[in-house]
Design a protein around this ligand. Structure first.
Ligand code: MEV
Length: 438
């Protein structure tokens, strides 16, 4: 077995597959077959997927599910969700239906500001730097005009360039903190291109400027990059109803339920161990739609959790109150999303997902995804404070256990019927399967 290799990227696809198969599997032919089983029969489509990243050898499927009946600001939406966790789509759909007859989700975009920074060092006198930046500031706009032209036509562009003094936390460290409006695109490439140009302008102007040319007064650019922390690219989703309207099949005592629910959310607000899991439940809904729409879930995750920790203590993203007999539950989420650019026009399933969502603008998508997060959080906290999470979770997981044991269709029907009224556990399912097979 050879565990490392030089020049892997130079091999062709078949050679890469052969290397993997030969080095990591005792039955190399079987491994090659498995890898190829996931290839798309449509060669052009496979080529498209191959070219998304480097060293592609095959595809990795995730289920593309549908959660219907989301009433958001009085409009119906059907949500495409890409996720592997069995209970997520069912929970979203259930929550959506529950709230659709109680006024639906109300969502508001609070802001759409994106951020990028040029990080640099300067040892000289601060006042001189402030004056210099003020003097050259118009150039940051005029000399990036070619790069920003299309974005400006769409109503976006660079909003502001601000000098920030960070020398109190790191010697000689300053930033150009730049804010952007990127309209319907997530804007990562646009922002990074602008920032690199701004850094160039800064360097060139400093060289030209007599008082920045000596060693002591040099401007030393460290890096230029967007920030995935976007606290001002913010959306709120909320649901509310009179407490007694919460009464339903699973909620027999609405007042008691509302109080327990609010208390559970309060615990997530004050206890980081719970907050992380509580927010993970929100992200189950958020990520599934983020992935389906071809957005960058790592960027969203990083930004959301930074936002959850903005007070210095990691806390709940959602909040709940009972006020004047009204139960109100809401979430604030920083979401930098795009509905144009990136994968949106390239990946056929992303295009399809966007069409199912009625081709939303980025702002509309922020609102839809915030509703998905809130729906998921409602379903989780409702289960946790009533039946417990395992009942529903294991019911959805049943099929995974059955597939793991290669159950036939008949066995699946028999086992599912048995567990209609019984609690699902891994061992109980195996036991029943074994007894059916005797
Ligand atoms: C599981 O994926 C998500 C939950 O743990 C969320 C929560 O505890 O609120 C159920």
């Amino acid at each position: 077995m050879k565990e490392n290799i030089n020049g892997f990227s130079k091999l062709d696809k078949q050679e890469k597959i052969n290397w993997i198969a030969k080095n990591f599997f005792s039955d190399a032919d079987e491994a090659v077959k498995m890898i190829k089983r996931y290839w798309n029969a449509d060669e052009a489509l496979q080529k498209l997927h191959d070219e998304f990243i480097e060293n592609t050898v095959t595809n990795f499927y995730l289920p593309f599910g549908i959660a219907p009946n989301f009433l958001i600001n009085k409009e119906w939406y059907t949500l495409p969700m890409v996720i592997e966790e069995s209970s997520v789509v069912a929970a979203a759909a259930k929550s959506a239906k529950f709230w659709s007859v109680r006024g639906g989700f109300k969502t508001t975009v609070i802001g759409t500001e994106k951020i990028g920074q040029v990080h640099f060092l300067f040892k000289g006198e601060k006042q001189k730097l402030v004056q210099f930046i003020n003097q050259i500031k118009p150039l940051f706009f005029s000399e990036t005009a070619v790069v920003t032209q299309n974005m400006r036509k769409r109503g976006g562009g660079i909003r502001e360039v601000e000098l920030r003094d960070k020398t109190d936390v790191l010697s000689d460290y300053y930033q150009l903190h730049v804010t952007f409006d990127t309209k319907d695109s997530m804007g990562a490439n646009f922002i990074n291109s602008c920032l690199e140009q701004i850094a160039d302008i800064l360097k060139k102007q400093a060289v030209k400027h007599s008082s920045f040319s000596d060693e002591e007064n040099q401007i030393d650019v460290v890096m230029s990059i967007l920030s995935n922390y976007v606290p001002n690219c913010l959306v709120r989703a909320e649901v509310s109803c009179r407490v007694e309207e919460l009464k339903s099949k699973d909620i027999e005592e609405p007042q008691l339920f509302a109080e327990k629910f609010v208390r559970a959310v309060k615990i997530a607000e004050i206890e980081p161990f719970r907050a992380v899991t509580h927010n993970k439940g929100i992200m189950n809904g958020v990520d599934a739609v983020v992935v389906a729409t071809g957005n960058d879930f790592r960027a969203v995750e990083a930004g959301v959790h930074a936002f959850a920790a903005q007070s210095g203590v990691y806390s709940s993203l959602s909040h709940a109150i009972i006020e004047d007999g009204i139960f109100k539950f809401w979430v604030d989420l920083p979401l930098a999303l795009g509905t144009v650019g990136g994968l949106t026009s390239l990946h056929p399933m992303v295009k399809m997902a966007l069409q199912i969502l009625k081709n939303p603008s980025a702002e509309q998508l922020m609102q839809i995804i915030a509703a998905a997060g809130l729906a998921q959080n409602f379903a989780a906290v409702k289960s946790l404070t009533t039946t417990g999470i395992q009942k529903g979770h294991m019911k959805m997981h049943l099929m995974n256990i059955l597939n793991q044991f290669k159950a036939t269709d008949e066995e699946k029907v028999a086992v599912a019927a048995h567990f209609e009224k019984e609690i699902v556990s891994h061992s109980a399912v195996v036991e029943l399967l074994e007894s059916l097979r005797k």
